[in-house]
Design a protein around this ligand. Structure first.
Ligand code: NAP
Length: 479
């Protein structure tokens, strides 16, 4: 980790913060400080914005093939350095090394996917219906972007935005989460090595997010905001973006229902639940938050899930054999503890887990709650931890309105062996994505995103690049 950058990356140079400020990065498994990094203020943000604005015109003119090849080279470098990047991610974020390696591969794939999309940006045109006019349509980069990412997938949330922005010909200022800045700085170094011109990507790490981002959003030079994070912060940033009419993409929170019907294969349902609940220790926007299980199979499902959850090994992500690392910080763990206490007070039974271990680090055990009251706070709060809350239902027409009874609509999971029911229920769920007999939907080739207060726009897939492109229409008379 000695060669991991710890400074701001602006205009192709590694710089300290203008006021010399630094901030610590902690290891959530031990609570110890890993290193100190530059802590940007508004002056650094303006410098980064200026670098992005200055680089924009030439970058937009760069051949799509050249942009594509930079992404492809970066993809290859990430894979070559997979192990080092995984260790860095585990150190700053806590996830077990095996999961960190999985995220590195997932993150790299966004670069490969968008290196392939960069050369397929299409336009269009033709004679208009009146026969007198011709239309020429071209697609152009939207302009300098502000990218804001969360801590839960430190590398992939960056590449999911940077990949399409590079492919489209946009320049960027990236502000990663303060808990996990090192992965983003390492990524910037890789892109520089892959040949990304100076100023195309600028990274400002900061503990002063509001002071750094708000002037950029209101200033009129940033033309696009791509944000991944909580709905509360997303709402605030949408309001700030309104003044200069900044285009926005919002990947926000979720409250995923996980529905198990009486005709489900329970083996598949428990496997799916383990994935949908325990990926990233439950710290995922796609995490199953509310388990609705048909009353005829609820007891058996709860027993099997509790057995699997109870067998998971909790510990530092770097240790062999560990399945569940620490939560991101004490605040995150405190929230999980409060939600479980509230559910238990309202009558939930703890089948496994539910007790915070002694000692350093932000660990919380895999927990299964059953007989959860619909009034419990975890029904309308993202748990963001390894806690499965089980409720029962009687039939389809009862469970669908309950599943939809939330302001969020990112993803839902449906387990049934009936084809028609699977399709019918999926179509009635108010969500952007459905896992049908699977607990994993994320894939760089698929459009990721939600409806309602889970967000605006899609990332990944064929449409991911559209978020960074504008149409220009040329009217040409036919003479
Ligand atoms: P968060 O508190 O909303 O923070 C996300 C990012 O926004 C961080 O970099 C944060 O920096 C920054 N931020 C906060 N206030 C800001 C402000 N006033 N101006 C500019 N930036 C600001 O979310 P989080 O706790 O990091 O991440 C968890 C959330 O992300 C969950 O709700 C999860 O569902 C969501 N998420 C969604 C997706 C998706 O694709 N839909 C994917 C992953 C995560 P600071 O921490 O310094 O404030």
């Amino acid at each position: 980790m000695t060669d991991t950058p710890t400074q701001l990356f602006i205009g192709g140079a590694w710089l300290d913060a203008a006021d010399g400020a630094t901030m610590p990065v902690d290891d959530p498994a031990t609570g110890e400080i890993i290193c100190h990094i530059a802590d940007a203020g508004p002056k650094d943000a303006r410098l980064a914005e200026a670098a992005a604005v200055q680089a924009q015109e030439e970058w937009a003119r760069t051949a799509p093939r050249a942009r594509s090849e930079i992404l492809r080279r970066a993809y290859e470098i990430i894979l070559e350095r997979s192990d080092g990047l995984a260790h860095l991610m585990t150190a700053e974020m806590g996830k077990p090394l095996a999961e960190a390696r999985g995220e590195v591969a997932y993150a790299a794939e966004f670069f490969r996917w968008f290196s392939e999309e960069a050369v397929r940006i299409d336009g269009g045109g033709g004679i208009l219906p009146d026969g007198r006019n011709r239309m020429l349509l071209s697609r152009r980069p939207v302009g300098p972007c502000l990218l804001i990412t969360p801590w839960n997938f430190p590398l992939a949330m960056g590449t999911r935005k940077i990949g399409p922005a590079i492919a489209a010909g946009c320049t960027m200022v990236l502000k990663p989460a303060p808990q996990t800045p090192l992965s983003s700085l390492a990524l910037a170094a890789i892109l520089q090595e892959a040949g990304l011109p100076d100023g195309v990507l600028n990274v400002v790490t900061t503990s002063r997010a509001g002071e750094v981002c708000e002037p950029l959003l209101r200033g009129g030079r940033i033309r696009k905001l791509s944000f991944t994070g909580s709905t509360a912060v997303g709402r605030l940033l949408l309001a700030q973006s309104a003044e200069a009419v900044v285009r926005t993409s919002m990947e926000l929170g979720g409250n995923a229902p996980f529905i198990v019907f009486e005709d489900a294969d329970l083996g598949k349902a428990v496997d799916g639940a383990m994935l949908a609940k325990m990926r990233n220790m439950g710290e995922a926007c796609t995490a199953a938050n509310r388990f609705f299980v048909h009353h005829s199979v609820a007891e058996e499902f709860g027993r099997r899930l509790a057995e699997r959850m109870g067998a998971l090994v909790v510990g530092p992500g770097t240790r062999d054999g560990v399945d569940v690392g620490p939560l991101i910080d004490r605040t995150g763990r405190g929230k999980v503890e409060d939600l479980v206490a509230d559910a238990v007070e309202r009558g939930a039974r703890v089948l496994v887990g539910g007790r915070t271990p002694e000692g350093p680090g932000c660990f919380y055990p895999p927990t299964v709650l059953t007989d959860v009251s619909p009034e419990s706070r975890l029904m309308d709060t993202e748990i963001f931890g390894p806690v499965a809350a089980i409720l029962t239902f009687g039939d389809e027409d009862e469970v669908i309105p309950r599943a939809n009874d939330t302001p969020w609509g990112l993803v839902g999971y449906v387990f049934t062996e009936g084809l028609e029911r699977a399709l019918r229920v999926s179509e009635r769920l108010e969500v952007g994505m459905v896992g049908l007999n699977t607990g994993l939907v994320s894939n760089p080739a698929a459009p990721f995103g939600g409806v309602k207060q889970s967000g605006l726009g899609r990332e990944g897939g064929r449409v991911g690049i559209d978020e960074f492109l504008e149409y220009q229409y040329l009217a040409v008379p036919v003479r």
